[in-house]
Design a protein around this ligand. Structure first.
Ligand code: S3P
Length: 187
Protein backbone atom coordinates (compact mmCIF):
# COMPACT_ATOMS: atom_id res chain seq x y z
CA UNK A 1 0.00 0.00 0.00
CA UNK A 2 1.24 3.48 -0.80
CA UNK A 3 2.21 5.74 2.07
CA UNK A 4 -0.32 8.49 2.70
CA UNK A 5 0.79 12.02 1.86
CA UNK A 6 1.71 13.97 4.98
CA UNK A 7 -1.22 16.36 4.69
CA UNK A 8 -4.08 13.86 4.48
CA UNK A 9 -6.69 13.67 7.20
CA UNK A 10 -5.45 10.19 8.00
CA UNK A 11 -1.99 11.57 8.75
CA UNK A 12 -3.50 14.28 10.92
CA UNK A 13 -6.37 12.55 12.68
CA UNK A 14 -8.44 14.31 15.31
CA UNK A 15 -8.71 12.10 18.39
CA UNK A 16 -11.33 14.03 20.37
CA UNK A 17 -14.20 16.33 19.52
CA UNK A 18 -13.18 19.98 19.59
CA UNK A 19 -15.87 21.96 21.41
CA UNK A 20 -15.90 25.70 20.78
CA UNK A 21 -17.26 27.74 23.66
CA UNK A 22 -17.58 31.46 24.26
CA UNK A 23 -19.91 34.38 23.92
CA UNK A 24 -22.41 35.19 21.20
CA UNK A 25 -20.41 36.86 18.44
CA UNK A 26 -17.10 35.23 19.38
CA UNK A 27 -16.96 33.53 15.97
CA UNK A 28 -17.62 29.93 17.05
CA UNK A 29 -19.53 28.97 13.90
CA UNK A 30 -17.23 30.72 11.43
CA UNK A 31 -14.03 29.49 13.04
CA UNK A 32 -15.56 26.07 13.66
CA UNK A 33 -16.50 25.58 10.02
CA UNK A 34 -13.00 26.46 8.85
CA UNK A 35 -11.32 24.39 11.54
CA UNK A 36 -13.42 21.35 10.60
CA UNK A 37 -12.54 21.81 6.92
CA UNK A 38 -8.83 21.96 7.79
CA UNK A 39 -9.06 18.83 9.94
CA UNK A 40 -11.33 17.08 7.46
CA UNK A 41 -13.95 16.24 10.10
CA UNK A 42 -17.65 17.19 10.27
CA UNK A 43 -18.70 20.56 11.63
CA UNK A 44 -21.82 20.60 13.79
CA UNK A 45 -23.52 23.67 15.21
CA UNK A 46 -25.41 22.78 18.39
CA UNK A 47 -27.88 25.66 17.94
CA UNK A 48 -28.83 24.39 14.48
CA UNK A 49 -29.27 20.87 15.87
CA UNK A 50 -31.52 22.20 18.65
CA UNK A 51 -33.64 24.05 16.09
CA UNK A 52 -33.93 20.91 13.97
CA UNK A 53 -34.85 18.74 16.96
CA UNK A 54 -37.47 21.26 18.12
CA UNK A 55 -38.75 22.06 14.64
CA UNK A 56 -38.59 25.79 15.40
CA UNK A 57 -36.13 28.63 15.68
CA UNK A 58 -34.33 29.56 18.90
CA UNK A 59 -36.31 32.80 19.32
CA UNK A 60 -39.51 30.73 19.00
CA UNK A 61 -38.29 28.17 21.56
CA UNK A 62 -37.56 30.99 24.02
CA UNK A 63 -40.87 32.66 23.36
CA UNK A 64 -43.09 29.61 23.47
CA UNK A 65 -41.31 27.44 26.04
CA UNK A 66 -38.95 29.73 27.94
CA UNK A 67 -35.22 29.73 28.47
CA UNK A 68 -35.14 26.78 30.89
CA UNK A 69 -36.77 24.49 28.28
CA UNK A 70 -34.23 25.71 25.75
CA UNK A 71 -31.39 24.92 28.18
CA UNK A 72 -32.76 21.41 28.79
CA UNK A 73 -32.87 20.78 25.03
CA UNK A 74 -29.40 22.23 24.64
CA UNK A 75 -28.04 19.89 27.32
CA UNK A 76 -29.63 16.84 25.64
CA UNK A 77 -28.49 17.73 22.14
CA UNK A 78 -24.89 18.44 23.16
CA UNK A 79 -24.72 15.18 25.16
CA UNK A 80 -25.84 13.30 22.06
CA UNK A 81 -23.40 15.07 19.75
CA UNK A 82 -20.48 14.37 22.10
CA UNK A 83 -21.13 10.64 21.88
CA UNK A 84 -20.36 10.43 18.18
CA UNK A 85 -17.04 10.34 16.33
CA UNK A 86 -14.62 13.27 16.64
CA UNK A 87 -15.88 16.46 15.05
CA UNK A 88 -15.81 20.21 15.56
CA UNK A 89 -18.80 21.26 17.66
CA UNK A 90 -19.83 24.90 18.06
CA UNK A 91 -21.98 25.50 21.14
CA UNK A 92 -24.32 28.37 21.96
CA UNK A 93 -22.92 30.99 24.32
CA UNK A 94 -24.79 29.70 27.39
CA UNK A 95 -24.12 26.00 26.92
CA UNK A 96 -20.84 25.87 28.83
CA UNK A 97 -22.49 27.52 31.85
CA UNK A 98 -24.25 24.23 32.51
CA UNK A 99 -22.28 22.01 34.87
CA UNK A 100 -23.56 18.75 33.35
CA UNK A 101 -22.59 19.94 29.88
CA UNK A 102 -19.14 20.99 31.11
CA UNK A 103 -18.60 17.54 32.60
CA UNK A 104 -19.69 15.83 29.36
CA UNK A 105 -17.35 18.05 27.34
CA UNK A 106 -14.49 17.27 29.73
CA UNK A 107 -15.15 13.55 29.32
CA UNK A 108 -15.52 13.40 25.55
CA UNK A 109 -13.88 16.45 24.08
CA UNK A 110 -11.38 19.24 24.27
CA UNK A 111 -12.85 22.66 24.98
CA UNK A 112 -11.64 25.81 23.26
CA UNK A 113 -12.75 29.22 24.51
CA UNK A 114 -12.92 31.77 21.72
CA UNK A 115 -12.22 34.92 23.70
CA UNK A 116 -13.30 38.33 22.43
CA UNK A 117 -13.81 41.68 24.10
CA UNK A 118 -17.03 43.63 24.46
CA UNK A 119 -16.37 45.92 21.49
CA UNK A 120 -15.90 43.02 19.09
CA UNK A 121 -18.90 41.09 20.46
CA UNK A 122 -21.18 44.13 20.36
CA UNK A 123 -20.23 44.88 16.77
CA UNK A 124 -20.61 41.31 15.54
CA UNK A 125 -23.90 40.58 17.30
CA UNK A 126 -25.44 43.83 16.03
CA UNK A 127 -25.51 42.34 12.52
CA UNK A 128 -28.38 39.99 13.35
CA UNK A 129 -31.38 40.07 15.67
CA UNK A 130 -31.81 36.35 16.26
CA UNK A 131 -30.60 36.26 19.88
CA UNK A 132 -33.34 36.45 22.52
CA UNK A 133 -30.93 37.39 25.31
CA UNK A 134 -29.95 40.53 23.38
CA UNK A 135 -33.46 41.41 22.24
CA UNK A 136 -34.15 44.01 24.96
CA UNK A 137 -33.40 47.68 24.49
CA UNK A 138 -29.77 47.54 25.58
CA UNK A 139 -27.91 44.70 23.84
CA UNK A 140 -24.49 46.07 24.73
CA UNK A 141 -25.42 46.28 28.42
CA UNK A 142 -26.79 42.73 28.24
CA UNK A 143 -23.54 41.50 26.70
CA UNK A 144 -21.53 43.31 29.34
CA UNK A 145 -23.50 41.74 32.20
CA UNK A 146 -23.20 38.28 30.65
CA UNK A 147 -19.45 38.70 30.20
CA UNK A 148 -18.97 39.37 33.92
CA UNK A 149 -20.76 36.17 34.85
CA UNK A 150 -19.53 33.97 32.03
CA UNK A 151 -15.88 34.80 31.48
CA UNK A 152 -14.72 33.08 34.70
CA UNK A 153 -16.57 29.94 33.58
CA UNK A 154 -15.27 30.04 30.00
CA UNK A 155 -11.82 30.30 31.58
CA UNK A 156 -12.26 26.69 32.77
CA UNK A 157 -11.93 25.53 29.14
CA UNK A 158 -8.86 23.52 28.13
CA UNK A 159 -7.63 26.22 25.74
CA UNK A 160 -8.29 29.94 25.32
CA UNK A 161 -7.69 31.57 21.96
CA UNK A 162 -8.24 35.24 21.20
CA UNK A 163 -10.82 35.82 18.49
CA UNK A 164 -10.52 39.50 17.76
CA UNK A 165 -10.64 41.36 14.46
CA UNK A 166 -7.75 39.45 12.89
CA UNK A 167 -8.28 36.90 10.13
CA UNK A 168 -10.20 33.80 11.17
CA UNK A 169 -7.50 31.71 9.51
CA UNK A 170 -4.97 32.75 12.14
CA UNK A 171 -7.37 31.68 14.92
CA UNK A 172 -7.72 28.34 13.16
CA UNK A 173 -3.93 27.96 12.89
CA UNK A 174 -3.49 28.77 16.58
CA UNK A 175 -6.05 26.15 17.57
CA UNK A 176 -4.46 23.52 15.34
CA UNK A 177 -1.04 24.25 16.87
CA UNK A 178 -2.42 23.90 20.40
CA UNK A 179 -4.28 20.68 19.58
CA UNK A 180 -1.06 19.22 18.19
CA UNK A 181 0.87 20.16 21.31
CA UNK A 182 -1.75 18.56 23.54
CA UNK A 183 -1.77 15.30 21.63
CA UNK A 184 -5.33 15.74 20.35
CA UNK A 185 -4.10 15.50 16.74
CA UNK A 186 -2.32 12.35 15.73
CA UNK A 187 0.37 13.30 13.25
C1 S3P B 1 -27.12 32.07 23.72
C2 S3P B 1 -26.36 32.06 22.59
C3 S3P B 1 -26.89 31.69 21.28
C4 S3P B 1 -28.09 30.75 21.43
C5 S3P B 1 -29.11 31.35 22.34
C6 S3P B 1 -28.56 31.65 23.73
C7 S3P B 1 -26.49 32.47 25.00
O1 S3P B 1 -25.88 31.04 20.50
O2 S3P B 1 -27.69 29.50 21.92
O3 S3P B 1 -29.57 32.54 21.74
O4 S3P B 1 -27.04 32.16 26.07
O5 S3P B 1 -25.40 33.08 24.96
P1 S3P B 1 -24.58 31.81 19.88
O6 S3P B 1 -23.56 31.92 20.97
O7 S3P B 1 -24.17 30.91 18.79
O8 S3P B 1 -25.07 33.14 19.42
Amino acid sequence: MNALPADTAEANALLRTVVLVGMMGAGKSTVGRRLAARLNVPFVDADTEIETAAGMTIPDIFERHGESEFRAGERRVIARLLEGPPKVLATGGGAYMDETTRAAIREHGVSVWLRADLEVLARRTARRNNRPLLAGGDPRGALERLLVVRNPVYALADLAVDSDDGPHESVVETIIGELGQRGVLRS
